[in-house]
Design a protein around this ligand. Structure first.
Ligand SMILES: [Zn+2]
Length: 365
């Protein structure tokens, strides 16, 4: 990746992690709520690319209180979770579990904690450490974030290019313009964000037995990050995966490619009826999960062979062939094709190179 491309990729990722996407609405930070089983609610970002690209959230009502899985990426998202819970029950939110450290899943915590000061907030130890270690940097970076995004968007739109320098297609232009419309609100949210550090951790597995419900929180291995946790409700056969699964295009900033397919197989083996991904629509079968597995297996097999032939890094990355999977993600749609190239092609190839060559992944903030 050239420095310029890397800079633009990081900027896009900053959008993703701040949670910014594209329908012009009064509140661009809202969820669409769906009751996926009695007392189990999923807050879905209807358009997963809407800027800011915030993560989905799930909560479970029990006789002893409410358990929330992921808190959204801004104070407004946390406030909307609190408001939805209060519209359904007088019971308090007692537990919040964070799927991973990325901001689009945890910067809503402050609203939940301020509404329920005694709430226990759990994360994998890796995620808690990462949040604690990086909060100062993010709180500094947020000052320049929106001005930088505004500048990059302005320059791209003026040149009729997208953020990667490609000729601007109408769908992409509409997306960027809608994103530009929410920048003031994003800036306000950034400026009122305080970091909440999880106050409890568990390494591999935690099970809550509350009011007749069983809620399992499982770390199945490294995949989207080194601290991913899923929610599994064995009675309801519902799984919420965090960003291990994001649809319709995977978000792969620093994927642990050699373990990823194995983690996906463990999720498949649960025998779920309903899957709530970290971003994107609810799923009821394993087709998308299988496509993700095929993608990791294909890229890993190709990369092993290229490394065995001593092909140098940049060439190896360029030679990864996605033709067996790309159309299964994009169906030829121009906007999705751009997202596939931005989020998957080079990023997955590079991560796979780093892992298969023994360098290893460094998660970026
Ligand atoms: Zn996310």
């Amino acid at each position: 990746m050239t420095t310029k491309n890397l800079r633009l990729a990081l900027l896009l990722l900053a959008f993703v992690q701040t949670g910014f996407s594209g329908t012009a609405r009064a509140n661009p930070f809202e969820y669409t709520w769906q009751e996926v089983a009695p007392g189990v609610w999923a807050g879905i970002r209807q358009d997963p690319f809407e800027l800011p690209q915030e993560g989905n959230s799930v909560f479970v009502l029990t006789e002893q209180g409410v358990v929330v899985f992921d808190a959204g990426g801004s104070p407004l998202m946390g406030e909307s979770i609190v408001a939805k819970v209060r519209s359904l029950t007088e019971k308090p939110i007692t537990h919040v579990i964070i799927s991973h450290w990325h901001g689009d899943h945890m910067r809503g915590l402050q609203a939940i904690q301020s509404a329920y000061p005694n709430v226990a907030i759990f994360a994998h130890p890796y995620s808690r450490d990462f949040i604690a270690a990086t909060q100062e940097r993010w709180l500094k970076r947020r000052v320049s974030m929106v001005p930088n995004i505004r500048k990059a968007l302005g320059a791209a739109l003026a040149a009729d290019h997208d953020l990667k320098g490609r000729v601007l297609i109408p769908e992409e232009k509409e997306w960027l313009l809608k994103g530009r419309d929410v920048l003031d609100q994003l800036d306000r949210e950034n400026n009122r964000t305080t970091y909440v550090i999880p106050n409890a951790t568990f390494a591999d597995r935690m099970v809550l037995y509350l009011g007749g419900r069983e809620l399992q929180f499982l770390h199945l291995g490294n995949s989207h990050t080194a601290g991913d946790v899923i929610l599994w409700l064995p009675q309801e056969r519902i799984v919420a995966t965090g960003d291990i699964i994001t649809a319709p295009i995977p978000l792969l900033p620093n994927p642990y490619t050699s373990d990823y397919a194995g983690v996906l197989q463990q999720i498949k083996a649960l025998g779920f009826k309903t899957l709530v991904p970290g971003h994107g629509a609810i799923q009821h079968d394993t087709a998308y999960l299988d496509l993700l597995s095929d993608t990791f297996r294909s890229v890993t097999a190709q990369m092993k062979s290229l490394i065995a032939q001593s092909i140098r890094k940049e060439d190896a990355i360029a030679r990864i062939d996605y033709s067996s999977v790309e159309k299964r993600f994009t169906h030829g749609d121009a906007f999705l094709t751009n997202r596939f190239h931005d989020y998957v092609s080079a990023a997955l190839a590079e991560a796979t190179y780093l892992i298969e060559s023994g360098t290893g992944i460094k998660e970026e903030f």
